[in-house]
Design a protein around this ligand. Structure first.
Ligand code: G3I
Length: 367
């Protein structure tokens, strides 16, 4: 009797699944790449419109909090944690069966000054180190078992001739602040992937410095497990060869590689990179009324070329995360000056752009 009932359920299940898949072909990004790597997206919080939430749940298997897990948001005063909006984001992910990447524990930007001062004077190394460890224990400990990975240290490498960026973390603690951060993160969360995350580290000089960071961490027994190439690229200037070389080089160090903040800026600008302190003057807004078809096509082609590269090296990669759900949600509308940008796969009305088809097409070709 029981066997008959189970058989009955099975038949209904098979027919229903066949019906659903016939009625609604699964054309989502996350399914297209499911066998290769996770497809993620950065979101500003849980206050999304219903249509945005539907888009998120359809296409993405993992989320990153664009701002709410940064020290400024989570830990505005010593010992005072504001977990509210991040908790809501983590709960939204859990209840929808998607994972969360924590961004970011230690960064020079969006980090309150209390970490570095002591009665109005610069704090000594030991005090800053103690505060850094407490911050990491407080935050990564709070989310232990609930986040898949942490960007433990973000953007510590100098853009110029120096090895490391002259941040307050570096000047207060010294070069070992990076290793100390990874050690503290592992103590707080025994399982999460622990990532060094930066922009421009696919390119020659910064790539060599990133390799130096990785090797230094290993020498100090600091438990790094992954590298995040942010992936803030610009149309017609995507450094494909450098990206490929970097994926190979980081993987050869025994690390998983992720593209953690992908977008392709389509509005010309003079500066390069993602240092948010670099601002530009001017009010030039060439694509305020939409993106011309030829640029739309170049954007699609370049996204397709990128994903073909990621697929070629998917054995070395764990995730590709877009830095924004759609064009209207991209930070590139405000950086390095206010402009109407179109860097994502979905437009402001949440409609798929030719770039989405191109990326899905790349997945099909590599099946
Ligand atoms: O929350 C305040 C709001 O209260 C205030 O009214 C408003 C006025 O400007 O500012 C709001 O804060 C802004 C915040 O984004 C949330 O929207 C900050 O000014 C703004 O600087 C901040 O920008 C973020 C930036 O990081 C700095 O934290 C961007 O959204 C975010 O996309 C960007 O992300 C970074 C990654 O973390 C690291 N890699 C580069 C990437 C792009 O810069």
């Amino acid at each position: 009797m029981r066997i008959m009932r189970i058989l009955n359920y099975l038949v209904v299940f098979i027919f229903t699944s066949a019906y659903i898949s016939a009625a609604e072909p699964d054309d989502s990004l996350k399914s297209a790449f499911a066998k290769r790597f996770d497809i993620g997206v950065a979101i500003p919080g849980t206050n999304l419109k219903d249509s945005e939430k539907a888009l998120l749940l359809k296409h993405f298997s993992t989320i990153t909090s664009e701002n709410s897990m940064k020290p400024q948001s989570l830990h505005p005063d010593e010992g005072r944690y504001e977990f509210g909006s991040s908790d809501a984001l983590v709960e939204m992910a859990r209840s929808n069966g998607i994972t969360v990447n924590g961004h970011t524990l230690i960064w020079h930007s969006q980090c309150p000054n209390w970490f570095f001062t002591d009665n109005g004077k610069p704090a000594e190394r030991e005090l800053v180190l103690k505060r850094m460890r407490e911050h990491i224990a407080g935050v990564a400990g709070h989310y232990a078992g609930k986040v898949a990975s942490w960007d433990v240290v973000n953007e510590a490498i100098d853009d110029g001739r120096e090895y490391l960026r002259k941040s307050k973390w570096l000047t207060s603690i010294g070069e070992d602040f990076i290793a100390e951060a990874f050690i503290a993160a592992r103590l707080a969360d025994p399982k999460a992937d622990l990532i060094y995350n930066d922009y421009g580290i696919e390119l020659g000089g910064k790539r060599e410095k990133a390799l130096r960071v990785i090797r230094d961490l290993k020498k100090r027994n600091a438990p790094i497990t992954g590298v995040g190439i942010q992936g803030h690229w610009a149309l017609d200037r995507v450094p494909f060869k450098a990206i490929e070389d970097a994926i190979i080089a980081f993987h050869a160090e025994g690390l998983k590689v992720s593209i953690t903040e992908l977008d392709i800026d389509v509005v010309p600008r003079s500066s390069f990179g993602a240092d948010i302190s670099t601002r530009e003057k001017g009010s030039d807004d060439p694509y305020a009324n939409g993106l011309p078809a030829d640029i739309q096509k170049r954007l699609a082609d370049q996204y397709a070329q990128l994903f073909a590269l990621f697929l070629k090296h998917s054995d070395k990669m764990s995730r590709v995360t877009f830095w924004g759900l759609h064009d209207g949600r991209s930070w590139l509308n405000g950086f390095p000056r206010r402009r109407t940008n179109h860097p994502m796969l979905f437009d402001r009305s949440l409609q798929p752009k030719p770039a989405l088809d191109a990326v899905l097409g790349a997945a099909k070709q590599h099946e």
